[in-house]
Design a protein around this ligand. Sequence first.
Ligand code: AGP
Length: 613
Amino acid sequence: MCGIVGYIGARDSAPVVLGGLKRLEYRGYDSAGIAVLENGEIGLRRNVGKLENLERSVAESPLRGQIGIGHTRWATHGQPSERNAHPHISMDGQFVVVHNGIVENYLELRKELKAQGVVFKSETDTEVIVHLVEKLASAGHDLTEATRLACLRLKGAHAIVTLSATQPDRLVAVRIGNAGGVVLGIGRDEMFIASDIPAILEYTRRLVFLESRQMATVTRDGYSIQTLDKMPVDAPIHEISWDPVGAARGEYRHFMQKEIFEQGRSLTDTIRGRIDFDSGCVILPDLPLTPEEAKRLKRIVTVACGTSAYAGLVGKFMIERLARIPVEVDYGSEYRYRDPILDSDCAVLAITQSGETVDTLSAMEEARNKGAKVWSIVNAIGSQAMRLADGHISMQAGPEIGVASTKAFTSSIVDQYLLALHLGQLRGTLTLEESRTHTTDLAKLPDLVGKVLDRADEVQKLAKKLFQYSDFLYLGRGINYPIALEGALKLKEISYIHAEGYPAGEMKHGPIALIDEHMPVLAVAIKDSVYDKMISQIEQAKARRGVVIAVGTEGDEFIATKADHVLYVPELPPLLSPVLTVIPLQLLAYYIAVERGCDVDQPRNLAKSVTVE
Ligand code: AGP
């Protein structure tokens, strides 16, 4: 949920930067900071808590200068504190950096820099960046090149802005992967940089968006963009409309598209502040639970509807595997009508994006009446499902506007992964060493999501071949069976095409009768323990002239000899794989709906929150 704002021009930069940060407050943060270049020196102010505290610091001890950068931080590595807040400053005080994302290899870089005499002032992963930039600059590189070379050392997805007293004519902004956007705002003899467009819309509607692995050198009279491999980029300028809805959609045609592409960032926000990466411990402050209570738990019942219920089915695998607690998943709409058996050793976990779905709320009420502990995983802050629960996990996915849920699905899966780790740690089913491995896997996720999104063009091309079919079958097994259900739901919701999701092993017990050349079959067949079984389902579908599209693991050439088309995702431990495998299916549904001219964001007959039974 971090926010970045930068300014270079003729105005006093501090009010522009602070005003921009204010407009990003809705994203949530726990500390904030600003750096301004003033008479050749960098002035820095940082405070814990609300922006008012930072504004007060700046009012008491003003910063005057025409280049500045600011940041609102939501802690990932290290507690919210003044010294952990951004911007981070180099040892010589000449360089500052603000950053969104997670430096996956920060421990290794920290060690290396410490060995070279660097003294770290914070516990953050970000601080390594500023020390790398300082070292590279002292080796003779200008700020742009030093920032570029430093970025080449980082693993993970990032949005970064650097500023240096040694080169007071510029700011350097970089985007790698999808840990958040970087947008440049073009003014008259002034330029703006932000992580989100609302921060700078007051000043300009002429915007340039950096793509992954692009960086911009921004001066007061313009900018130049290059890739991290030093290839010049001629990026298009977007004129953003003045209506608030159009402005919120930014460069995207639909909210659903924006929300699919935001997932690298929304997942970074979901993970943020929940893990101590050094120890592997999960921190869920709004879900109070003692080790004794966790050990007493006999069962978890997940209640949810639609996409959230499918997320619950994925979570079942995670909680059972990591915390060794049996999990049942039920539709909110069914649950209370079957006189469920519950007691105080059961926890009922409601998953809901809106927090207002009446069927899910009723199931929560039923659980409360029967004496179970009630938990929720909710996106809409302050909603009923958050208030009704004994403990909750906030998804932190940010507002989801498109009726078809996308980023809330992946965030709620990650939240359940965190819950599973937390329960496993409290119950002693996971060692800290194992936890550390799992949290390291999790930290890789936003970057890998970005890699899947980088292949969106391939999915779009495929959509052009498929959009006229009228029936689809989606197959998956194990933890990717719910992804088949979700892929089918996405397609039917927004394109009005009939689609069914099925556990692949069940195909031969009925749906196989449907397969012919008019029925595309989507098969999630990554390299996991059921890979061979999935290949055999693909062969059976092919033998009946089905058109097979597989979601496969990068590098798997064999599957390309079996399926008609393969949508590849990077390799990841199977427990987290659904977060990647669902993305090509979200994209496919989206592009097919666009090809068919459907109203993607407001599909017929559907509402974003279903508050009637
Ligand atoms: C998802 O694309 C749908 N719009 C729908 O299935 C939705 O997930 C369901 O209505 C539950 O909503 P909730 O998560 O807000 O409770």
